[in-house]
Design a protein around this ligand. Structure first.
Ligand SMILES: Cc1ncc(COP(=O)(O)O)c(C=O)c1O
Length: 375
């Protein structure tokens, strides 16, 4: 096959053209000037104080309820270490972020996977499992523009989930790195703000709004839980990167973050639209719900499609995506996740056309092997 440009619809990361490199350089200059000692010392495991102040003000809590980490993945790992023991039951969404599944499995957690609907986790199915005796310690929820499904948890479901958490005594882990990236539709309050108390631990990140390479994320929770997590963090790395956090603090306090979010949202909206249009044009047999924000779109191919084969055939055509099976304990065999975050619209069109070509070649082969079946 001739040399084709590689198109990656696999990675949930922004392309470099929408990272605010110049504003980050300026923020770094100011941060180094303002506080060289705090920026270049170890610091404490809580994180850089000026960043914690900004996070605390954003969420209306005291800074002792926050910890800033090297990316929110690190925050998730600390939280799981603090709360999850082998054999503990943890609720996850189906499908969910593959690294969450891996982290929980590594700790020996039992997983209760509850299906997603267009408006988020099926809370009534969760209620039935709880009434039948399930006793989770934690429920991991990605409320906005879910990774990988792209859906958003409705306001009513947020309330219902909090009621269930209070009634059955589990903690809600609200994993929310995409919240700022809404293109349309009403914003819903965080479950952290609705709960106000001890029932929710909230995580977010600057990876999706500023840059993943800066590696800054954070948790907000009860002061007790955060104190325990700060102790785990001290034992792990003394402190996170003060240089990164000092730059992000300056970026946030100066208002540059608002401009960065606006740039990312504008580009992602265009990319989302290009993905939907390309799917309608090249792969009309696919089913998907356009996400109202974020990085991802979940695609269901017709039943009987084998996504592993489609992925291999797409790879031969130099286009990549992540198979639905990677995000589920069971199923996902005919589904895939497209991350449109890093690809300009014209390449999205080309990438989807190549996936459609891969799909059609396999569907054609199936129709020959099984003459009763329509391609
Ligand atoms: C739901 C979710 N949580 C956590 C992360 C980790 O993000 P980071 O460690 O870059 O902050 C991601 C990244 O894709 C994600 O989608």
């Amino acid at each position: 096959m001739s040399e084709l440009t590689n198109i990656s619809l696999a990675r949930g990361a922004p392309s470099i053209d929408i990272v605010a490199v110049d504003e980050l350089r300026a923020a770094a200059d100011r941060a180094f000037e303002r506080d060289p000692s705090g920026t270049f010392s170890y610091g404490t495991s809580a994180g850089y104080p000026r960043l914690l102040e900004w996070i605390a003000a954003k969420h209306g809590v005291e800074p002792d309820r926050t910890i800033a980490t090297n990316g929110s993945m690190q925050a998730d790992a600390f939280l799981f270490e603090a709360l999850v023991e082998p054999g503990d039951l943890v609720v996850v969404e189906a499908p969910t972020y593959d690294r969450t599944l891996l982290g929980l499995r590594r700790l020996g957690a039992e997983i209760l996977a509850i299906p997603l609907e267009a408006d988020g986790i099926d809370v009534e199915e969760l209620a039935r499992a709880l009434e039948a005796g399930a006793r989770p310690k934690l429920a991991h929820i990605i409320p906005n523009f879910q990774n990988p499904a792209g859906c958003t948890l409705s306001g009513e479901k947020r309330e219902r989930l909090l009621d269930l958490a209070r009634e059955f005594g589990f903690t809600v882990f609200e994993d929310d790195p995409y919240v700022e990236l809404r293109f349309e539709g009403p914003h819903h309050p965080t479950m952290l703000s609705l709960d106000g108390g001890e029932g929710v631990v909230y995580a977010s990140s600057f990876s999706k709004t500023v840059s993943p390479g800066i590696r800054v994320g954070y948790l907000v929770g009860s002061a007790d839980l955060i104190a325990r997590i700060r102790a785990i963090a001290t034992g792990t790395y003394i402190s996170p990167s003060m240089v990164s956090q000092s730059i992000v603090a300056e970026f946030c306090h100066s208002g540059a973050i608002e401009r960065s979010i606006a740039t990312v949202k504008r580009a992602l909206r265009e990319r989302r639209d290009a993905t939907c249009a390309a799917l309608e044009r090249h792969l009309p047999e696919a089913r998907f719900v356009p996400p109202q924000g974020g990085y991802f779109l979940w695609v269901d191919l017709p039943e009987g499609s084998d996504v592993e084969q489609v992925e291999a055939a797409a790879r031969e055509r130099s286009v990549t995506f992540v198979k639905g099976t990677d995000f589920l304990l069971d199923g996902g065999d005919s589904s895939l996740r497209l991350a449109y975050s890093a690809v300009p619209p014209d390449q999205i069109e080309e990438g989807v056309a190549r996936i459609a070509d891969a799909y059609r070649e396999l569907a054609g082969a199936r129709a020959v092997a099984e003459p009763g079946r329509r391609a």
